[in-house]
Design a protein around this ligand. Structure first.
Ligand code: NI
Length: 167
């Protein structure tokens, strides 16, 4: 296993649109294990392949405190949504920034698992938020893009300044 490098906003590669996984194989499973290890080490509750500069439709999520409920979604699709809620989000690609985003309260997601088998999962609350957040990454969308232009400019300036300071 390996810890992968997480792209930092405003890196342009975060805006690439991920392609579908054609075949779930050992390379896919290795990537999922590495993504999970990277997420746990960060630590974080979700990670999209886009964030480690692999532009394939794969996300991993684990919202449990014990880190024992890893869920991997390959080619995820939201097939139903219900309700609406606003909650504070953060992102491993946008460190130190937490902002409120409005999303569906419940989602039904269809995807393939690590064996390439289809499954459907109904999620609500924090898990539903995480899945939607990670799926946005696959479309090249970072959560700060839901905020006002002014806030986005401020966040970009803050992160660029921090990047300069650490170099
Ligand atoms: Ni994120």
């Amino acid at each position: 296993m390996a810890i992968l490098k997480i792209l930092q906003y405003p890196d342009e590669r975060l805006h690439k649109v991920a392609r579908k996984v054609e075949r779930v194989d050992d390379a896919t499973r290795r990537l999922i294990r590495d993504m999970a290890e990277t997420m746990y080490a960060a630590p974080g509750v979700g990670l999209a392949a886009t964030q480690v500069d692999v532009h394939e439709q794969i996300i991993v999520v684990d919202v449990s405190e014990e880190h024992n409920q890893l869920k991997a979604f390959i080619n995820p699709e939201i097939i139903a949504i219900a309700g609406e809620e606003e909650s504070e989000e953060g992102c491993l690609s946008v460190p130190g920034i937490y902002e409120k985003v409005r999303r569906a309260e419940k989602v039904s997601v269809r995807a393939l698992n690590e064996k390439g088998e289809p499954f459907t999962l109904e999620a609500e609350g924090f898990l539903a938020v995480c899945i939607q957040h990670e799926m946005d990454h696959l479309r090249g969308k970072v959560f700060v893009e839901y905020l006002s232009q002014l806030k986005q400019i401020r966040i970009r300036a803050k992160l660029k300044k921090r990047l300069r300071e650490t170099m």
